[in-house]
Design a protein around this ligand. Structure first.
Ligand SMILES: NC(=O)c1ccc[n+]([C@@H]2O[C@H](COP(=O)([O-])OP(=O)(O)OC[C@H]3O[C@@H](n4cnc5c(N)ncnc54)[C@H](OP(=O)(O)O)[C@@H]3O)[C@@H](O)[C@H]2O)c1
Length: 249
């Protein structure tokens, strides 16, 4: 499976090094506390409306992905078209879920919204601009990535809907049921990761693999914190339930 590596120049070394440090530090910074992301179960008392903050942090990357596709937007190849559609589709889906599906029970921190918007915009802009140098022709890995992306997004949506349905008209937290919630605390994170692995396989650029590893670390940290939170809040929380990956962790 070919991976597109950057030119071995000093500037690329610095840029890729800095991005790798940023991506890999997100999980530990959230888990160990130097810079926890304050939203959802880990929100503070005050902040901005979650729906507004979340919409902002997905809409800006959507614009970034579109803006950085301008050089090939008028004459994209098939691989370029599919990657751009996946990228725009992902952020558009998240914007729509934020507006019409999720039921938030409180505010989110403004700086958190700004930091996440910054990271996502970097990922969206980098992935979209590198798509100017896409695969010449789709290969087997490309189609596998397309399938993983579609499956990941669909199952991620399904688990978001389960959460929203089980919350109903209350703003209480429940022990989630259905789908993979019987096995892990955060199946929606697992399927988000599947979708981004799909994007990495479609793109094949090192930058997107680094983004994926960073997201994996962050969502692993977040799911471990979520599992600990559920266990503390609900004494009857099923003991065998893992955080992110069934039977493993
Ligand atoms: N790519 C990445 O790095 C990345 C990182 C984070 C998130 N995401 C994406 O964003 C999605 C949402 O992430 P998130 O961290 O906001 O998820 P989350 O904390 O599980 O919250 C999702 C929605 O469900 C509600 N909710 C959560 N647990 C609930 C429960 N036990 N009972 C009732 N309602 C509950 C939340 O309400 P409250 O706000 O009231 O808690 C919120 O409206 C992820 O699935 C993923 O697709 C991606």
């Amino acid at each position: 499976m070919p991976i597109f590596l950057p030119e071995p120049t000093l500037i690329n070394f610095i840029l890729y090094g800095a991005f790798t440090v940023l991506a890999l530090s997100m999980g530990p910074f959230d888990y160990f506390g130097p810079m926890p992301m304050r939203y959802s179960k880990f929100r503070g008392e005050k902040g901005i409306f979650s729906r507004a903050g979340m919409f902002f942090l997905y809409f800006i990357p959507l614009l970034a992905a579109l803006g950085f596709s301008i050089p090939y937007l008028t004459h994209p190849s098939l691989p370029q078209t599919i990657l751009l559609l996946a990228l725009l589709g992902h952020f558009a889906k998240r914007c729509l879920e934020v507006l019409f599906l999720h039921k938030y029970s409180g505010p989110m921190d403004f700086l958190t919204a700004l930091s996440i918007a910054g990271f996502y915009s970097l990922v969206a802009a980098g992935t979209s601009s590198l798509n100017a140098a896409a695969l010449d022709h789709p290969d087997g890995w490309f189609w596998l990535g397309t399938i993983l992306f579609a499956a990941g997004e669909t199952l991620n949506f399904w688990h978001h809907k389960l959460l929203a349905d089980q919350r109903g008209n209350s703003r209480e937290y429940v022990i989630p049921r259905g789908g993979l919630f019987g096995w892990v605390a955060c199946p929606h994170y697992l399927f988000e990761l599947l979708a981004w692995l799909g994007i990495a396989l479609i793109s094949r650029h090192l930058f997107v693999y680094i983004s994926f590893v960073g997201m994996f670390g962050y969502l692993l940290a977040r799911s471990l914190k979520t599992l600990a939170w559920y266990r503390a809040k609900f004494p009857d929380f099923p003991k065998e339930r893992k955080a992110l990956i069934p039977w493993l962790i």
